[in-house]
Design a protein around this ligand. Structure first.
Ligand code: PMP
Length: 423
């Protein structure tokens, strides 16, 4: 345990670690573990899809919509059916969108801000605040910043956001929303417990409070130990708050990021308002891409089978990182990390005040990590501890090197910190 070492022992260790670090530096590495992007083998799993629709195909949907022309504002019947299975909600509660769930979230928040979520527009009611489980997804925080929505951090626990804190904060009527990644959360990898979901459904809030339920990783299991998430749509209905939740998902990490299909699911009231906006916003989505997807996946079982192939490719990458952390860091009491059953990230917590130092050391030796602070509202990690690792994109060999370096950097930053306590 580093905390038990004397100053002389730490100095000796620092010299050794410096040598190892300089050795890495001289290799001129150029590795990126910063963004959750699928690797090329994963993308290849779906390239057959591109041949499913060609000039000889019948480009008419099951119920006769000509997919070469405008129309089909909320999605083709077969595509809505597929997403209804994914969300586990009735088909009537689904709207299929374009290529990005983030765009759909942005549009929905924008609509509530300008037009309201069933009550006065949010902007007319004064301050607008959102609850942001943290660490969380930086692009969610960016949407809030764009609209000037004040973000209030809610600490993430192993069961999801700390509900004692969330319930207290949600009583404030200027709190209008909450951004959640409920399954294999970005970045901690945890899945919200049943109790958390029930409390989110039933807590006291303003009537126009909305939960943005970003289920981006709903089918993205890494192994057979799959987490199970309670259905917030059903729980909100049971609790008498059917309009509270708007669920989002996409096939960005099932087929192609940027060329997938996104969808949302919500109550009849919310769907009505969303469709009113959509008919002003567009004359119809890309139905050819919807056909392409439903030609490959006619039901959720097909998606689940396909996701097993993704897991086979990325599980070894997670394994390399977790094994590296376990062997190199666990014995020294200088870091803790999650062991997710799915999703795209490993969340590493180093000693307080060390995350930026680790980032800088890694960067100077050629390994890029996600910017420190990115996982917190306003880019400010209050204790400078969290590092998000995205292991899917680099190869296993590259990851082995990157993790070796990362562990050296964590050790070095920890030794530096402990040495300062003697001064
Ligand atoms: N939500 C979360 C939690 C994500 O991690 C990502 C992708 N990194 C997205 C949304 C973006 O999804 P899309 O491509 O559908 O916009």
């Amino acid at each position: 345990m580093y905390k038990d070492l004397s100053f002389d022992e730490l100095s000796q260790l620092e010299i050794e670690l410096r040598k190892q670090y300089d050795n890495f530096k001289s290799q001129n590495l150029k590795l990126d573990m910063s963004r959750g992007k699928p690797c090329s083998e994963q993308l290849e799993l779906s390239t057959d899809m591109l041949d499913k629709i060609n000039s000889k195909s019948t480009l008419v949907s099951r119920d006769g919509v000509d997919c070469l022309n405008y129309g089909g504002i909320d999605g083709l019947a077969e595509c809505k059916e597929l997403f209804a299975q994914l969300f586990d909600v009735p088909v009537a509660n689904v709207v299929v969108g374009g290529n990005s769930s983030l765009t759909m979230m942005f549009d929905y928040i924008s609509q509530c801000y300008i037009k309201g979520a069933g009550a006065e527009p949010w902007f007319k009611q004064g301050d607008v605040k959102f609850l942001c489980p943290a660490p969380g997804y930086d692009r969610h925080f960016a949407i809030c910043e764009y609209f000037g929505i004040e973000m209030i951090s809610v600490p993430m626990l192993s069961t999801g956001p700390d509900m004692d804190v969330a319930e207290e904060l949600a009583k404030d009527s200027s709190v209008k929303g909450m951004l959640c990644v409920p399954k294999y959360s970005n970045p901690t990898g945890i899945t919200y417990s049943d109790e958390t979901v029930k409390r989110l459904a039933s807590m006291d809030t303003a009537s126009d409070f909305r939960i943005i339920w970003d289920n981006a990783y709903c089918v993205h299991h890494l192994n057979s130990q799959q987490d199970v998430l309670l259905n917030l749509f059903d729980e909100c209905k049971k609790a008498g708050n059917p309009d509270r939740v708007v669920m989002f998902a996409s096939t960005s990490k099932v087929t192609f990021p940027g060329a997938g299909i996104a969808a949302l699911a919500t109550s009849e009231n919310n769907i009505k308002m969303i469709k009113e906006r959509l008919t002003v916003q567009t004359i119809g989505p890309d139905k050819i891409n919807q056909l392409r997807h439903t030609a490959c996946f006619s039901n959720i079982d097909n998606i689940n089978e396909h996701m097993k192939k993704h897991a086979e490719i990325i599980y070894p990458r997670f394994d390399v990182v977790l094994n590296g952390l376990n062997t190199e860091l666990a014995p020294h009491g200088i870091a803790s990390w999650g062991k997710p059953n799915g999703g795209y990230f490993i969340s590493l917590d180093v000693l307080d005040g060390c995350a930026n130092r680790v980032y800088e050391l890694c960067k100077n030796a050629g390994v890029t990590l996600t910017n420190c602070g990115a996982t917190y509202p306003y880019g400010k990690d209050p204790f400078d501890t969290n590092i998000r690792i995205a292991p899917t994109f680099p190869s296993v060999d590259e990851l082995e090197k990157a993790v070796e370096l990362l562990c050296i950097c964590v050790k070095l930053a920890s030794v530096e910190k402990y040495m300062k306590t003697f001064k």
